[in-house]
Design a protein around this ligand. Sequence first.
Ligand code: 13P
Length: 344
Amino acid sequence: MTIDRTALEDTARTMVAKSRGILAADESNATMTKRLEAAGVESTPESRRAFRGLMFTAEGAADHISGVIMYDETIRQATDGGTPFPELLASMGILPGIKVDTGAKPLAGFPSETVTEGLDGLRDHLSEHRELGARFAKWRAVITTCDGRPTRGCIAANAHALARYAGLCQEAGIVPIVEPEVLMHGDHSIDRSEEVTAAVLRAVFEQLAEQRVLLEAVVLKPNMLLAGYDCPEQAGVEEVAERTLACLSRVVPAAVPGIAFLSGGQSDERAAAHLNAMNRIGGVPWELTFSYGRALVAAPLKAWAADTSTPARAQTAFLHRARCNSAARMGVYAESMEHAQLVA
Ligand code: 13P
């Protein structure tokens, strides 16, 4: 099958276009249930629809958000007025996206390591999701750093799966977000984080080449280089930014149009500050933006849980985070922006 390279490359560039980034609203039902219940809200298809819907319909969201990653349940849901979410987003100039992996499962023979699954039947799923309006997809590999981990076997299995997924996406006219996440949990140093992240990315790009994936139509979604959250020595914002860019420069080909970072459990402010510092340094061949879940969604969820009858408050909280990260994506974020949030 021949692929429409131009259309794919256009979509990838739109995903990482100036001043905008990606909203990862694709938590699985199990993860979203944990998040909603922790906030004191019952998790039902309707509560998940209502919460996602209030973010998608926030006025002005398209100024800051280029694409939204949805979960299978969400891409089939609609606004209060009955407009399917993908149709609503497309009408706002936001690209609809879909998470297609089925999660990280124990890797046989490798205790405490996982491989992300979902390749079986993926060609058919992608074709259905494209019919539903998806223009890009996401697959997340999860790598843990600990004594003796990650193993080469775990890195290889995940890199291979990511590349097989990416090839199938492009065949279906869908841009793959390739997400090899090196978790920030643990007590490892930033040096170790660099060593592991570089090894994982090297393996991923080798596999992408092997599987004939068009790099011009891929968006990479990596972790930033931080010391593990339990490490007593934490790097400052500038060091994180410099070391992340230095590491990526060694291993990410210039043909990749953009890098959209995950937030990975950093505070909202840190996630913005790190992205901002990287964009201020600049000098790299790719666009640098965000594809944040928690760093965009946690604040509106808290506001909504406090009073589900006034979604406007949650929308204000969401737009504030979107605006801060959009500024960070342009290198013009300042901590003072955090105090400028308007109360709905
Ligand atoms: P976080 O920004 O919360 O890490 O989520 C991003 C994501 O999509 C993880 O797959």
